[in-house]
Design a binder for this molecule. Structure first.
Ligand SMILES: *Cc1c(COP(=O)(O)O)cnc(C)c1O
Length: 386
């Protein structure tokens, strides 16, 4: 038996205990956020100099176990830097999943490279290692150093899987395929702060990965991102690149290579430091909420998207699969009309005007999920007591 539309609305309202509009995901702030932000204003250190940036980076390193974390203005900037540091060059191909947020592909485009889309896995909603390997078997060769796209002769430089809604992708399998084909793995971990794959935090397998702290993510700095680096020398260069490549000097300006102005302002980092203190609680609350949804949708015609085996998800956004597109559309229509925000998943990247000419493998699972998935309200409940 499946819950009716009104049973679903009633259930979600009973979770959030409100008759007002229920957003998909709202940020949560307390006294500490106010204190920290006020502190940057009172000290005048709101911009590119200040203590909070370093503290925030240290907090993220401690939480994720990443060797180094470098704060950036947003997640797209972190991803752009990750691709830059990975050696992606103009005209290269970069493989990613068709089902992702557009920022993944924008970062590839900003490098002058072109995305190539492969299918996702039904359990993780992230890049499928079998689809990746099938695409490479059919379209590429490797000389033991580079991976070359056969028909065009262009280099396939990197592969960017994304941990969709916080559910980790099959990293071990993807690493194996990337190693075999001499492709650099870059993790788009924008949605997965707090998610672990076989006990290891997402974003720490690749040499370079990106996190996001946009307003809708599990913690926010207003706008912000973080580049995770596995290696000290590369981390130093990455920091240098994201801060206009200025050679340190008390008063002189000297820059030794083209750089980005991607440094996170101290004002945003102040918010981030306060939010990091709440991260464990947010994850706990989100996992409790996921448990409630899991139970509600059990034995129904809606399939709750659960965490993949051997993984611990942050359950950033909860999602269900409807029986078909028609039911998906009616759920979207009726929940939104009832003041409960629900959303479809992103349009497939190869359907967008700027990427529709891009190469892609077979995408049956991406297409199926795209037509049936609905995101349901996911703000942590009981946050006002945090
Ligand atoms: C949020 C997000 C990003 C980065 O977004 P910013 O808004 O630039 O911080 C990148 N990739 C994915 C999949 C995202 O969800």
């Amino acid at each position: 038996m499946s819950p009716t539309t009104s049973q679903l609305s009633e259930f979600i309202r009973s979770l959030y205990q409100t008759n007002e509009f229920i957003p998909l995901h709202a940020p949560t702030f307390g006294e500490r956020e106010k204190q920290n932000v006020l502190d940057t204003i009172e000290s005048t250190f709101v911009s590119s100099v200040g203590e909070y940036v370093t503290s925030f980076e240290k907090q993220v390193e401690a939480f994720t176990g990443a060797h180094r974390a470098i704060a950036t203005v947003n997640g797209t900037a972190a991803l752009h830097t990750a691709l830059y540091m990975s050696g992606v060059e103009q005209g290269d191909f970069v493989i990613t999943q068709a089902l992702t947020f557009v920022a993944t592909c924008n970062a590839i485009h900003h490098m002058g490279a072109e995305p190539v889309f492969v299918d996702v896995n039904r359990q993780t909603l992230g890049m499928c290692p079998v689809a990746l390997e099938a695409y490479l078997d059919e379209s590429a060769i490797t000389d033991g150093e580079n991976c070359i796209h056969k028909r065009s002769g262009r280099k396939i430089c990197a592969c960017v899987p994304m941990h969709t809604f916080g559910h980790p992708v099959q990293l071990d399998e993807l690493v194996t395929v990337c190693k075999k084909w001499n492709i650099e793995l870059v993790e788009d971990a924008a949605e997965s702060l707090g998610s672990f794959y076989k006990g290891q935090h997402t974003g720490t397998k690749a040499r370079f990965s990106a996190l996001s702290f946009n307003g809708n993510k599990i913690i926010t700095t207003g706008g912000g991102g973080m580049l995770l680096c596995a290696n000290e020398t590369e981390a130093r260069r990455a920091k240098h690149i994201t801060t206009t490549a200025k050679v340190p000097h008390p008063y002189e300006f000297y820059h030794d290579e083209p750089g980005f102005n991607y440094r996170m302002p101290n004002l945003n980092a102040a918010l981030g430091c306060a939010q990091m203190e709440k991260l464990e609680t947010f994850i706990e609350k989100k996992r409790e909420l996921a448990q409630q949804y899991r139970h509600f949708f059990k034995d129904s015609n809606f399939q709750f998207i659960d965490e993949p085996s051997e993984c611990r998800s942050n359950f950033w956004l909860n999602a269900i699969l409807c029986e078909n597109e028609r039911i998906r559309d009616s759920v979207l229509e009726e929940q939104n009309r009832a003041g409960i925000m629900c959303r479809p998943i992103w349009q497939l990247m190869n359907k967008l005007p700027m990427f529709k000419h891009c190469l892609h493998g077979e995408l049956p699972i991406s297409e199926d999920i795209q037509s049936r998935l609905v995101n349901i309200p996911s703000s942590p409940i009981g946050w006002d007591t945090i």
